[in-house]
Design a protein around this ligand. Structure first.
Ligand SMILES: *Cc1c(COP(=O)(O)O)cnc(C)c1O
Length: 532
């Protein structure tokens, strides 16, 4: 929440809709667009949705630490709570509502079979501290998924526990650091190379582990500049972190050369596998000389994501890095499944533990359901269809928008903002106008190597007629922008959303993380002060 938000200004139905002759409604609502307060603003002291018995009188063992005041929870009836959250949920643009073209994030359909399987009592009600003898099926499930991931990537080992892509990067880079340590080269090899187009988590991971990040420029084709890479390699380089297909939606066509050069220089090849969904069943990263790669189950294998997770980021490892895989992993002893935990006697030198318990079990279940319901042929087709959809969008828009690079793309179509030159309309304005057309905007201003970038990833999930409508809407917006008379119109967008242009900078720089009743004294809120 941003405090500077003026509720009377951008609110649905309020007269703020510039030039509108629609009369304001009494409530400020507009049919199903219902103005929604915070739950704390709705609460009434003393109201409660449940009837609880008086707690029994017991001896106070809190030794003077008993809370004196109210806990501050809002008081609401059950229907109020249900209605509040249902109304909020309807304000959300969701993958189940329409085309969600966010590039680099892979917002794809989450098949209902995944959800059904994840909710089966024997899976959904598991507790991670249950005795191993009672969770044999769950351990077998993790092992089956591990087997699929190793097979699809052509890699001999996988660490299942990392909780997301960035966590997987941390795991893989820690394995590389450990391998260097074992060779006595950790102190000498301090540099990690990362292409300029890299996702921000790549340099952040390397820096967090104490490496120095050196950017590698892209060539005019949007790929790594091989000559620049070769000249950057040397005895002080620990690894390269490379995304393939890269964040420009392009396959690194010189990847074999790259991995050879990296290995000849004694460095490791970390592949960022966030875009694995474009090549599953077509290319095995292991065949490209990759030493380790994280897989975002929530991007490639359709587990839900957004709103902060949960994701899952298993990391496949080459034979050279496998000995450093973190605990735990699943072992089969005779007919029984067991878990190798910290301190288990093993040949390698495990990193220790990166996460409590075994990883994101719910995501494992969904990913395995997705993989098994597709089968090997279906996975390959999903990847091919995703690439086809992106190229369809690219081909249908390239005469009116400006593709950032020549030639076909992989799973996402990248445009720059040169088609908006001199129109007074920016990438941001264009994205806001898409909201009025009923679409979630594409990814904007990423990758940073492309000016005013617009990255569209349709995925395999959308029917052709839905893509056609999306394309027609985009063409209409470009036409309006280029007419030269619509800049103000674009700047006023979105018009039809519950909130209009918010102060996003203020929201990011000074987030207000705690609600205070309007009559409480200002200041004195430690969280507020920390934010300021
Ligand atoms: C999404 C993404 C990541 C980070 O993955 P999370 O699961 O969000 O932590 C890393 N690299 C690329 C290229 C990505 O698209």
């Amino acid at each position: 929440m941003v405090e500077s938000l003026d509720r009377s200004q951008g609110r649905a139905g309020a007269p703020a809709t510039a030039g509108s002759s629609t009369p304001a409604t009494f409530t400020g609502n507009r049919a199903l667009q219902i103005e929604e307060p915070l739950i704390f603003e709705m609460g009434q002291p003393g109201r409660c949705g449940v009837d609880l018995p008086e707690p029994p009188k017991v001896k106070d063992r809190l030794n003077g630490l008993r809370r004196n005041g109210e806990i501050g929870l809002p008081g609401l009836s059950e229907p109020q709570v249900v209605q509040h959250y249902t109304r909020l949920s309807q304000k959300n643009y969701a993958i189940d509502m329409g085309v969600y073209p966010l590039g680099s994030c892979t917002m794809k359909h989450n098949p209902r079979i995944n959800e059904k399987v994840a909710r089966l009592a024997g899976i959904g009600d598991l507790h991670p501290l249950q005795p191993v003898s009672t969770v044999q099926g769950a351990l077998e499930l993790i092992d089956s998924l591990a087997h699929w991931l190793k097979t699809l990537t052509g890699m001999p080992a996988v660490a299942m526990s990392p909780a997301a892509g960035a966590h997987g990067e941390m795991c893989g880079m820690m394995a590389i650091a450990a391998a260097l340590e074992a060779k006595g080269e950790r102190a000498k090899r301090r540099i990690v190379l990362a292409p300029e187009s890299a996702h921000g988590t790549n340099p952040a991971t390397a820096a967090a582990l104490g490496f120095t990040v050196k950017p590698i420029p892209a060539n005019a084709r949007g790929r790594v500049d091989l000559a620049a890479l070769k000249s950057a390699l040397g005895p002080e380089v620990a690894a390269i972190m490379l995304t393939n297909p890269n964040t420009c939606g392009l396959f690194e066509s010189e990847i074999i050369e790259i991995s050879k050069a990296v290995h000849e220089a004694g460095a490791y090849f970390y592949c960022d596998g966030a875009n694995f969904n474009a090549i599953v069943g077509r290319v095995r990263p292991g065949d490209l000389g990759v030493d380790c790669m994280h897989i975002n189950l929530h991007k490639t294998f359709s587990t839900p994501h957004g709103g902060g997770g949960p994701g899952a980021g298993p990391v496949v490892l080459s034979a050279a890095l496998a000995p450093y895989a973190p605990y735990p992993w699943i072992v089969k002893q005779g007919d029984a499944w067991t878990v190798a935990e910290d301190g288990a006697k093993v040949d390698g030198k495990p990193l220790g533990r990166l996460k409590a318990f075994h990883g994101q079990m719910g995501m494992f279940t969904r990913a395995l359901a997705y993989i098994m319901s597709h089968g090997a042929d279906g996975l390959k087709q999903a990847a091919e269809d995703a690439v086809l959809s992106a190229n369809y969008v690219m081909a249908a828009l390239k005469d009116v928008m400006t593709p950032a690079f020549e030639g076909p793309c992989m799973h996402e179509a990248l445009f720059d903002d040169s088609f908006l030159k001199d129109t007074g309309v920016s990438t941001l304005d264009f994205a806001k106008a898409m909201i009025d057309e009923g679409y979630h905007p594409m990814t904007m201003y990423f990758p940073l190597v492309v000016h005013g970038a617009m990255l569209v990833e349709p995925t395999e999930s959308q029917a052709k007629e839905d893509l056609d409508l999306f394309i027609a809407a985009m063409r209409s917006l470009t036409e309006r922008a280029k007419s030269g008379t619509a800049a103000e119109d674009f700047k006023a967008a979105p018009r039809y959303s519950p909130r209009r242009r918010l102060d996003e900078t203020l929201a990011a720089r000074k987030p207000i993380l705690r609600w205070r009743p309007s009559n409480s004294p200002p200041g004195g809120d430690p969280m507020r002060q920390a934010a300021e």
